[in-house]
Design a protein around this ligand. Sequence first.
Ligand code: IPD
Ligand code: CA
Ligand code: CA
Length: 269
Amino acid sequence: MKNPSEFLTFAIVIAKEAGKIQMEYFGKITAFKKKSTNIDLVTNADIESEKYIINQITRKYPNHSILAEESGDTFNESEYLWVIDPLDGTTNFTHNLPIFSVSIGLVKKKIGTVCAVVFNPSADKCFYAEYKKGSFLNNKPIKCTSNNTLSDSLLVTGFPYLHDIKYDLSFEIFKEFYDKTRGLRRLGSASLDLCFVAMGRFDGYYEFGLKPWDICAGSLIATEAGAKVTDWDNSKLPFDGSRIIATNGYIHSKMTDILSKEKYKKIFK
Ligand code: IPD
Ligand code: CA
Ligand code: CA
C-alpha cells in the first residue's frame, strides 16, 4: 500500500505480536471458561492477547476510545475508537483447528472504519486495509470474485451461540442457500470469513447475532477489496453486528432477496 497511515503501521505490528501470543498457547489449551452460553468459550490466549493490545493502544494513543470483547469499553472524548477481537475463532482454537485470528479495526467519527487488520498467525496471513486505499494480504492487493450466479457460488456463514427461534430459522436459510449454490461452509471465524470473501475464496458471506468486534475490521477489508457489505435487506451495515452480508457485489441482491423474505423477518427483531 502506498502511504500507509501511522495507525495502520501500528495496528499491523500489534496484531502480529498478539498473534505470537496466540501461537504460544495454540495446541496447549487445557482449560477455558464459559461466557454467554455453554459453548461460548474464553481462554487465557483471548485474555493475554487482549491485554497486550489494549496496553499498546493506551500507551500510544491515551486519548482514544477502545471497545474490546473481553474487557468492555473505555470511552474518551476522542474521535477515534479501536474495536478489538483478541481471538476470533476461540472454539476452533480450543480444538487445535488453525482457523482463528486477531482482529483490530479503527473507527473514526462521521466516517466509519478507516483502518483494519486481521491476522491469522497459524498461516502467517496478514490482511489489512485502509479507507479508500484498497485491501492487501501479506503486502499484495486482493480482490473479490466476479461470479454472477448463485449456482456457481461458494458461500460461508456462521451460527450464533444462543440457540433460540432465530437459530432455528438460520438452518432454513442455510438449506435454501445450500440448494441454490455450489455449497456453504462454516469456518468459525467471522473476521476470516470476511477476509476470504475479500481475497476471492468465497463469493458471499452472511451471518447474524454477531458483535462489533467480529465484523469491524473484516468488513473494511472486504469493502476495500470490492465487496458489497450491508444489512440483510441491503440497507446500511449495522455497527452492532446484528446482521451482515458481504458479497462480490454481483450476487448481492440475489442473496438479500432471500435473506429479507417475510418468513425470516424474526431475525430482524
Ligand atoms: C465467533 C466467530 C464465529 C461466529 C460467532 C462469533 P469468537 O467469535 O467469529 O465465526 O460464528 O458467532 O462469536 O467467539 O470466536 O470470538
Ligand atoms: Ca469473535
Ligand atoms: Ca473473540
